[in-house]
Design a protein around this ligand. Structure first.
Ligand SMILES: C[S@@+](CC[C@H](N)C(=O)[O-])C[C@H]1O[C@@H](n2cnc3c(N)ncnc32)[C@H](O)[C@@H]1O
Length: 349
């Protein structure tokens, strides 16, 4: 759902994320959604001395904000402006695997939401853009103004869980072209009326943002890649902000934590699937009322964490255990089992 900006950029579920990641001195971590660098700074503090962090964000403005915030850790942080759908290629390019922990803090930041010109919110009038990455071609305006009515219905229903998708899609098609956030918000309000606390266009905006940035597809792909980058006992932690994301994360972790995944009717296991993850928390972690009070953006947050199992590998050593060897040179981490897995995924991509 639409998120209101926090007073300052405040990382959500911060202490819970650090604990679930098991951040340790000399560990190496990937923050796939570095945003303004709030979680990343805390990871670098807690992993000092010797900790390293690879930070990724699709939004160049986020990378710049993180760069400023993380200046004092200069040697320990590497920032990459890319989509996390390319997670594995990024890690291979920068020789950054295996890792002790990977964090995803999904969705958009308060920085993006409050930058009026980005079109994420109808609080300010702006062109219908909504791209995390301005180099991407398709904007929200392209979808709103060119998609067939049936596709608009599909987007609104699937990504916005909007019950009145048909009425909104019809109104959009009848009133095209639609150029700005306010135009779209007023049109949705006129089509379905007001009622309840949240603005009637909230679900429409969420749906369009997810469609523009292909958020769900990218999340599924990146989760599969993340598992391969974790060393034995490495932690995968995901904070999501709506049920669609959380469902993907939950189902992914549960499936990876299961042994056999054959259909229930199969008399003998033919899949040979072995668990690759162990759930760290059986129940989803949510913010306390005190955190929500301080940071309203956290109110819909859900965090899940899992730990990598690689039967043949010992737990990863920390970099601090061997400070004379640089990360890139530390081939000792590259156990045969891990390299086999990485190669398989890269070749299949
Ligand atoms: C909730 S914010 C992260 C805030 C950050 N944890 C902090 O403490 O400052 C989410 C960030 O993820 C980025 N993002 C969302 N989807 C992405 C993707 N597929 N690839 C890379 N970055 C993405 C957004 O641009 C945004 O900056």
């Amino acid at each position: 759902m639409e998120q209101r900006p926090a007073p300052a950029h405040t990382p959500v579920l911060l202490s819970e994320a650090l604990k679930s990641l098991g951040v340790q001195p000399g560990g190496r971590y990937i923050d796939c959604t570095i945003g303004a660098g709030g979680h990343a700074a805390a990871i670098l503090d807690q992993s000092s001395p010797g900790g390293q962090l690879l930070g990724i964000d699709a939004d160049p403005a986020a990378i710049e904000a993180a760069r400023q915030r993380l200046q004092r850790y200069n040697e320990s942080a590497l920032l990459v402006n890319d989509n996390f759908v390319n997670l594995q290629a990024i890690c291979i390019k920068y020789d950054f695997f295996p890792v002790h922990g990977i964090l995803f803090d999904l969705g958009l930041s308060s920085l993006q939401l409050s930058s009026g010109g980005r079109g994420f919110s109808f609080q300010a009038d702006a062109p219908l853009d909504m791209r995390f990455d301005p180099r991407q071609k398709t904007t929200a305006a392209d979808i709103v103004n060119t998609a067939p009515e049936t596709r608009l219905v599909h987007i609104l229903k699937t990504f916005g869980e909007e019950n009145r998708a048909h009425r909104i899609a019809r109104a959009i098609v009848q009133n095209r072209p639609i150029a700005t956030t306010r135009q779209l918000a007023s049109l949705v309000e006129a089509a379905i009326g007001r009622g309840g606390r949240i603005h009637p266009a909230t679900r429409t905006f969420q749906a369009l943002r997810i469609a523009v940035n292909q958020e769900l597809e990218h999340l599924e792909t990146a989760l599969r890649q993340a598992v391969e980058l974790l060393g034995h006992d490495g932690r995968l932690v995901v904070i999501s902000y709506h049920s669609l994301e959380d469902r993907i994360v939950k189902q992914f972790m549960q499936k990876e934590a299961r042994g056999c995944v054959c259909p229930p009717a199969t008399p003998v296991c033919i899949c040979g699937h072995t668990p690759r993850l162990k759930l760290v928390n059986k129940k989803v972690i949510t913010p306390t009322p005190a955190e929500i009070e301080l940071n309203v953006r956290s109110r819909s947050a859900k965090m899940r964490a899992a730990q990598r199992l690689i039967e043949s590998d010992p737990p990863l050593p920390a970099v601090a255990d061997n400070p004379s060897i640089s990360f890139a040179e530390y081939r000792g981490w590259r156990s045969p089992a891990l390299m086999r897995n990485i190669k398989t995924v890269v070749l299949a991509a």
